[in-house]
Design a protein around this ligand. Structure first.
Ligand SMILES: [Zn+2]
Length: 378
């Protein structure tokens, strides 16, 4: 079905070269920096505004009883002076901004990780790596932790983006991150903040006993594999489809789809709903899910090659085609994109039941909400 050895790598001219179709996977937003060009002053100003706006949102998304951080922490590697709050009690009243003598005591990167997408997938200026080709990850700040503990952290793209900006400052455009890279970054944050051991619980599928087991994060990160850039899927109707893993925005849509699915299960279990009410709700959710499914599959498609060799890269045209394609083809494409999404970091862990001895493979969820929720109560 697929041909990972396809000679498409030739089209990747080197690190930073863009794969076919990558240049415009989504309609660019009006204030987005064109790739390959250094940002202009207006763009920098717009970015600063955007960041202020996101920080405002951050304050809104925090738990109401949570303490608000006094100053926004910046990184030791960031050479810019720190914009300290004027009401900050220890701030001496000077007319000009001085370098902060505490800068040397800011948090340090906790770990460097290898990204599953390799270096060649993104435009050159998008990810800044160490000389050994790794990405530095900083521990979570208090504000980051509060964001990740918000129940719908993954559904809130701006919140998650803020945490990536804070903990992986080498990533310049978090929204363009591919999903396998995002998972490795989250795992790195977990390591940098709470250490190597991740305690997870998994219910035995045989006897129902809740088993807890530990995952060695360092081992997982060492086992990260660099994936093929793109995959080609051949459909029976003669079309060839170039697929890629989800990016950040698609990953958020996927989380929303998972959320809908969970809602569906809850509705089925409700006793206070009549069969008819259940049916109406299920139809609504099914409709929403199939819309999301089409959007997701379309976002994992770089280009479609017609039998005559011509190609379609327009995201809108691709979405229209996906919405009107056969169920079988849709499922095949979905399956191949999912495989790519799972690339990189090991997800399945062998678990043995303490009660009945049954062995099974438990899947580790990278949903930050569950991933970081229990972690601080060590
Ligand atoms: Zn068991």
């Amino acid at each position: 079905m697929t041909n990972p050895q396809a000679p498409r790598n030739k089209r990747f001219v080197g690190p930073g070269a863009m794969p076919p179709g990558w240049s415009a996977p989504l309609p660019p937003s009006p204030n987005e920096t064109p790739l390959g060009l250094p940002p202009t002053e207006e763009e920098l100003e717009a970015a600063a505004k955007l960041q202020d706006h996101m920080l405002e949102n951050l304050a809104k998304t925090s738990a109401p009883t949570a303490p608000q951080p006094q100053a926004i922490p910046t990184h030791a590697t960031n050479a810019k002076p720190i914009p300290l709050n004027h009401n900050y009690m220890t701030m001496p009243k000077t007319s000009h901004v001085r370098a902060n003598p505490l800068a040397g005591f800011f948090r340090k990167p906790g770990i460097s990780v290898k990204l599953p997408s390799g270096v060649g997938f993104y435009p050159q200026e998008m990810v800044e790596l160490t000389p050994t080709g790794e990405l530095e990850i900083f521990p979570l700040t208090l504000a980051d932790e509060l964001i990740l503990k918000t129940p719908d952290a993954l559904l809130n793209g701006a919140a998650l983006e803020q945490v990536v900006i804070s903990c992986a400052p080498g990533v310049k455009q978090p929204k363009r991150l591919l999903s396998p890279d995002l998972d490795v970054i989250l795992l790195g944050m977990r390591y940098a903040t709470y250490g190597n051991i991740l305690n997870v619980e998994s219910k035995c599928p045989k006897c129902g006993t809740e088993n807890s087991y530990s995952i060695n994060i360092q081992q997982c990160l060492d086992a990260v594999t660099v994936m093929e850039h793109v995959l080609e899927v051949h459909l029976d109707n003669g079309l060839r489809v170039i697929v890629q893993p989800f990016d950040f925005e698609a990953a958020i849509k996927a989380a929303a789809a998972g959320f809908e699915q969970a809602k569906m299960i809850q509705i089925l279990q409700r006793d206070d709903f009549s069969e008819q009410q259940k049916m109406i709700e299920l139809i609504k959710i099914t409709r929403k899910m199939s819309e999301l499914q089409a959007l997701l599959v379309a976002s994992g498609i770089q280009e479609v090659i017609l039998p005559d060799g011509s190609t379609v890269r327009d995201p809108q045209m691709i979405l229209e085609w996906v919405t009107n394609t056969s169920r079988g083809d849709l499922e095949l494409l979905e399956q191949e994109i999912k495989k790519l999404n799972m690339a990189g970091v090991p997800r399945e862990h062998e678990v043995k039941c303490t009660n009945c001895g049954n062995q099974w493979k438990a899947e580790l969820s990278y949903d930050p909400t569950s991933f970081f929720a229990k972690s601080s109560s060590k």
